[in-house]
Design a protein around this ligand. Structure first.
Ligand code: ATR
Length: 277
């Protein structure tokens, strides 16, 4: 029987997940399809019941349902448990549905595809302490990164994440991060600073950035964020957020099908979709 997958969110029309997953399914000649479903917050529970009843093989979850969906799932993977958020649901062999979170590991996969895995002992600065930063910090530690500092406007939130990590990590303010920037070899920008304004303000000054730093942003629209542009001017190696988007999807796809799909099958398609940014 034809398998079907979905992505649920509100709004949903701009999601590039259907394009990406359908391209992978077509490439592998799978008898499967992936559809966007607009789910309003007040309809989340009913929608999950409907997806289960109709036998959906698995689905992705985007804003604003990643946390609220948890009570409606049968089981949670450790990745989702630690993050308190789910971005992927998998139908298991016994017909129950299990939640995962592939965002953090998707970031680490993308980073290592770009710059290799020889940087795990480098000093990493995660900027921001929201859901995305939490997932990335956990995934970095799980992958073997040993030096992590989290800088956030609200330092107490960074402290909470640091206390939950299995390694000793440091929480600092954005001002402290700006002053000490030179010592960090990998920077990961996860804040939503300026995302909704046309006037983008950097979360902090990049004056002290090392010219040999690796600088990543999780935002992929625009591809070259003001943060990455500034880093590039300084001579740093930049990693855009598109790779994280692709690899969080690739991990979800691999949980559903058992095959890890090729990033290069979709990267041009997605770049075209983002066209001009
Ligand atoms: P996400 O789930 O995408 O990580 P979030 O949980 O809302 O989103 O987190 C947003 C992050 O961006 C937080 O670290 C937030 O800082 P605070 O914890 O102090 O709120 C950060 N952020 C948002 N706007 C910012 C701004 N103008 N300057 C600096 N940091 C900002």
């Amino acid at each position: 029987m034809r398998s079907w997958y979905a992505v649920i969110g509100d709004p949903i029309e701009h999601s590039m997940s259907p394009l990406m997953h359908n391209a992978w399914m077509a490439e592998e000649n799978r008898d499967a399809s992936y559809i966007p479903v607009h789910v309003l917050p007040e309809n989340l529970e009913q929608s999950v019941v409907a997806l289960k009843t109709l036998g959906c093989s698995g689905w992705n979850i985007t804003i604003p349902h990643k946390e609220k969906i948890i009570p409606y799932l049968d089981e949670l993977d450790e990745s989702a448990q630690k993050m308190g958020a789910v971005n992927t649901v998998v139908k298991q062999l016994d017909g129950t549905y299990k939640g995962y979170n592939t965002d953090g590991l998707g970031f680490v996969r993308s980073l290592e595809k770009e710059v290799g895995n020889g940087h795990r002992n480098k000093r990493v600065l995660v900027i921001g302490a929201g859901g995305a930063a939490r997932g990335i910090a956990f995934a970095l530690v799980a992958t073997g990164y040993t030096h992590i500092t989290i800088a956030n406007r609200t330092v107490s939130k960074a402290k909470v994440i640091c206390a939950e990590l299995d390694i000793e990590a440091k929480a600092i303010s954005l001002n402290e991060a700006a002053e000490q920037l030179e010592q960090f070899e990998i920077l990961v920008q996860t804040t939503s600073a300026g995302l909704n304004n046309s006037e983008f303000t950097l979360p902090f000054s990049m004056k002290q950035l090392s010219t040999t730093a690796i600088v990543a942003d999780i935002v992929y629209n625009p591809l070259m964020t003001p943060f990455l542009k500034e880093a590039k001017k300084k001579g740093a190696t930049v990693v855009t957020g598109l790779g994280m988007f692709i690899h969080q999807g690739a991990l979800a796809y691999s949980y559903w099908t058992g095959t890890y799909p090729k990033a290069e099958v979709v990267s041009d398609l997605l770049l075209e979709q983002l066209g001009g940014n």
